[in-house]
Structure formats: structure tokens, C-alpha cells
Write a protein that binds this ligand. Sequence first.
Ligand code: DGJ
Length: 732
Amino acid sequence: MSIRFIESEQRFVLETRQTTYQIKIDKTGCLRHVYYGKRVGDTDMDYLYRTTDRGFSGNPYEFQDDRTCSFDTMPQEYPTFGVGDYRVSALRCLAKNGSRSTDLRYASYEIREGKYKLEGLPYVRGGDEKVETLFIRLKDSVTGIAVDLMYGVFEEKDVITRSACIRNESQETVILQKAASMCLDIPYGADDLISFNGRHCMERQPFRQRLGQNIVTVGSKRGMSSHHNNPFVILCDAETTEDSGESRGVMLMYSGSHKEEIEKDQAGTVRLVAGIQDEGFSWILDPGDIFWTPEAILSFSFDGLNGLSANYHRIIRENVCDPMFRNKRRPVLLNSWEASYFSFNEKTIYELAVQAKDLGADMLVLDDGWFGSRDSDNSGLGDWTVNEQKLKGGLTALSDKVHDLGLQFGLWIEPEMVNENSDLYRMHPDWALSDPGRKPNVARNQLVLDMSREDVREYLFSCINALLKESRIEYLKWDFNRSPANIYSHLLPPEKQGEVMHRFVLGVYSLLARIREAYPEVLIEGCAGGGGRFDAGMLFYTPQIWCSDNTDPIARLFIQEGTSYGYPACTVGSHVSASPNHQTGRTTPLSTRGIVASSGILGYELNPASLSDAEKGEIRAQIETYKKYEHLIREGTYYRLKENHSGAETVCWAFVSPEKDEALVNLVSVNVAAKTPFPHIKLKGLREDAVYMIDRTGLRTTGAALMYGGCSFDIPEGDYPCTQLHLTEIPG
Ligand code: DGJ
């Protein structure tokens, strides 16, 4: 049993392979957090909780004689607003009489085999492995609000999922003003916060900061998980490095506006509350209504940040992404966007397909510009029928011709958007989010459709259904190119406008779920101007995501490395593009572009007609190599490696097979210098006593030698050179 209730101590023990999580029902009936850390079994960790009378930290009425008893100093599982815990709260409700206080006390519990699901929201799938769920019900006897806290324990994977389900069991309407998914109180050992911040074309850059006695907020108000602040944070010890020390992660499985608040309080306890962004949010909970909060994925590692990443990679690969694509090699594609942008016709696209085939790719993807009046990014969104002036003969004929070449065919769509200059907008202006009497904010000249509306979703399903029915399409690129504003639905009454942003996200999920159900074999690649919605919520429906609009391999080194803290390489769409690069103007060798793009799901995004024969030959070899090592990239353990010796600036990473009998090591130098020492790296994750051979050098030596002594690299001369080593175990 990975979940136990120790009745005599009113204590829950949740156990994974390496961790123990303990919760206690306090004498006040409050659900107190006791411990999350290295496995300690049933040992009561409550001794760690020291109480004292801290001034200005009041006491629950029934314990007024015990001034050491305070919600304000107690580590809690789901703190509420208004009753004496002055730290960040997880739940804020407005009762009909105007009261904003909620006081949740323990009511009951249940332990079940298997993993709970969430209604209308993505969740970590249970699969075949051993998973148990703990439900703990809390209730406020005054407002009648009940909260079911849910814990999914993935024992083998060192992961605990959390979510809260809020029910109105009273006779009166209650308004939710904040409904977070979880709270984690950490009395000791969370010195640093790492968040993943950035911007369009430079997503998920790790930012590590020392916590002080204040509140740090990470989050997005953009209606999308955002390029700017990913819904994934890590709390770790000051000493934690890539390879040693404790770290715990919290990843919200949500694609809309989110908020992670990290507060260090007067006693040094660190509280982390994560959930839906509460700014602009409110939700009317009528009697009998239920509100489901998105799931949070928690993991703990004692093997540094690389260990934590490995935990997240595994759970995302095996339990978040659709099992249908888990062990499937993804197609190497040639995408038309950077090859021709909006200027193409059926002949040029067919020519691209011929070239793609010649290079050894598996699929041709027709990106933006194929529909409606879409000759630029100013018009056409919403009109999802082919522009026959551009593509004579239509999509079906084109797709058939591409298939005749022996290639698959993929198509770009951006369903959630509309241009004012489109038939759809002319017919249904009220389908766009916009405030009454106010000109809407525009971005890329487009507006956002009101995905909370069923008629909008129905229209979009019928368009996508027609496309997939009429033409042979094996892949959709699902784009989203602006942050929503003017969050107002013309269908909902005034008092429900605070629900629109979350209803929008639920609408997107339900449309995606419907398409997945109708066309399970169609692979959808998520995209939001690159990686603006790179989150576990989208990955539930779209097992790969276009990682960034920045295809410069040197920028990508850092974007992909930042992404790797939470997300596995098998989710990262990554393309070789032209040099000089279209986003940065930087010139890089084709080999480096190939190695960087091959560390995700490889694709190409250039016009092969502009390449020399030698370059085409190199690309053929790249694709062949990629296909040879693809299993390692998809399923191997990923390691961020550090080169500390030569003074040359390098980025280095490796994939090691689950059996540890094979590894692929990549190194890119980002700054040339003359006559530097050989870059030297200690490899990770090999078997000490196994003997490996390095393909490039022919060196045969043990895993112990390569991990503790390391190996040195030859770097070719010139700008941004790279090296790739492949290691295989020599059977002993
Ligand atoms: C943004 C995407 O990230 C690009 O790859 C491309 O599909 C454009 N949108 C098309 O408008």
C-alpha cells in the first residue's frame, strides 16, 4: 500500500520509491502538512513541527487558551482566506452575505486503487502501473463549501499528483474568487526557487533566486501558459546542483492563466501555492455545483536537478502524453513556413514535397497561408476552407500527390483565432472575445474566438472534421498566435464574465478531446507562436509541441536546455532551418543545426532547392543518423552535462538508454577561441563496470572511467562547431 492512514495518530502516509509525504489531522481538525522528503516510512515526522506563541498570529476560537496554536504558523495542506492564516491562501470564497472567510476542517477520507480523473481537464493517466488515490474531504460548516483534496501516488515514478475539487453543499450561491490546485508548506530546506522565464523566441530560461521573507509570484495573465513564465517551478536547497542535492518540482497541468506563489514566512517556512490565476477570475458555484481545479504534478529528487528532470520526463512521456504515440517514431517532416511563408502555390508545395522525399523526410507539412483569403497574416483566420486560387485542385489533390511520393501530409491550423477580415467574423462578430462598446485589442491583426461557446466549438469541429475526412492528413500543427485580451463572452451573463478565461481553456480541451477521439491516429503538434503553450495540459492532447519560433541553433541550445528541466525531448518539436537564421541573422554550420534539432523531434524548415548537393547529402546523413538514434532520444535518460575545464563555452548534453548499454553525447561550442585545452566532460548514467566503445575515437573503456575520469572532445575549427559521440557497450 503506498497510502496508509494511521488511525491512532490521525496521520496519512503516502509513499513512493524514494519519498514519503505525511499529512496529519490536527487537534483543530485542520489538515496539516507534516513532511515531504526522503523515505522515512511510517515514522511520525510531526516532531519537526515546533510551536510557539508568535505575536500577531491569532488562534482558532476553540483553542484560544493555547496561544501556540495558530493557522498562521501551521504548515497546511489547503489554506483558506480570512480565518487567521495571513500567508498566501489556496481558496478564497465570497458567501452570499458578503463574508469572504472560509474555514475548512477535516470531514472524511477514502483510499482507492487507481488514479482519479478530472472532469473536463487533462490529468496524469494511471496506465497499467500501481497507482493509488487518496481523497480527503474538508468542509466549512458555515458556508457549506466542501473541498475534496486528491492525491495520486505513482509509487515507482516518485510522483504525487494533486488537485482539489470544490463543492457547494449549501443552499446558497457562493462565488469562488481563488481556487488553487494545491499548497505545499516546506518548513526546512527550500532555499532557492528556480522558475522558467522568457519571451517570444526565447522561452523557458531557468532563473534561480534565493528566497527571502517575501512573496515571489510566477505566473501568466495572458490566457495561455505563456512564453514568459512556464507553469513549472522548482524549490531546492542552496547546495543543490545538476547532480546532487534535494529538489522538488511543482508542474501545473494547465494551459491558461496560472499563478505560482512562493512565500517565505516569519518562521522560515516556504509555502508554494499553485493554480489558476486569480486576477480576473471568479466562478459562481450554485448549490450542488462542483469546480475542478487543474492537476499539479509534484516530484522530489535527491540526485540533483538532472534527477528531478528524469522524473518529470518519465511521467510526461508515459502518463501525460497519449500512449498511442509513446513508442512510435514521429515523422521527420519538412515544414513550408520558413521555406516560403505565405508565397506558394500547389506547384511550389509539390516541389517542396519532392525535395523532402529526396532528403529522406517522412512528411510534408503545409503551414500557414493555404485557406480563405490568407495571403498575409492580416486576414482569413476562421475560414478553414482551401484557397483554390492559390492551391489549384484543392487540398485533397495536393495531399494525394504528396502521398503518391511516399510521404505523409500535415496541415497547419489556428482554430481559436479569427481575423476581422474573414467571412466567419463578418457572419458572427459576437463569436470573438470583445468588450461591449469598446474596440478590441488586436495582435497580429487577429481576435480570439470565444472558446467557451458551444456553437463556436461546434463550428470549429465541423471545419476540422471536414478537412480530416476529405483529405489524407496525418498531422495537424495547432497554432495560437496571440495572448487573449478583452475577456468578455457575449453569451454569458454579466455575473459570469469572471469565468470566461477558464471556460475558454476548458473549451479548447474539449475540442481537442473530441478531435482526438474522432481521429486518434492523427498526430497533433501544439504550437503558440512557438512555445507559448508548452505545458503538460497541452501535452495530454498534443504529444509534441513546437518549442520556439526561434530556429537559430545557438539560441535553441538554451531554449531546449531550459525546456529540458521539465519536459522530455520526445515532446520538443525542433527544426533545421536556413543559415543565416531568419530570427537572429546568425550563420551556423549545418552539422550544428542538425545536432541541435536532432535532440528533439527532428524536422526541416527551409527550401532544399537553395541547398548545394553537398548540403543535401549532409541532410540525408543527418536524417539517417537521427533515425538510427531516435529510440535513445525518445526514451533515453537525458543529462545536462557541464564542461568546466577548457574555458571554451560549450553546451553539452547526453541521452543514455534505459538499459545503459548505449549513449549519445552532444557538444556545441558557442564561442571560438584559439588553442584552448580540450573540452573535458564527465559522463553520467553509465554502468560503472560496463565497457563502452566510443564510435568517433575508437576508445574502449569502462563506464566508471568515463563518468569519474571523463572524456575529452575534439572540436572542429570555425564558428559554433559541434561534436557528437555515440557509445555502445561491448558485450563482456
Ligand atoms: C507561428 C508558428 O510558431 C510558426 O511556426 C508558423 O506556423 C507561424 N505561426 C504561421 O503563422
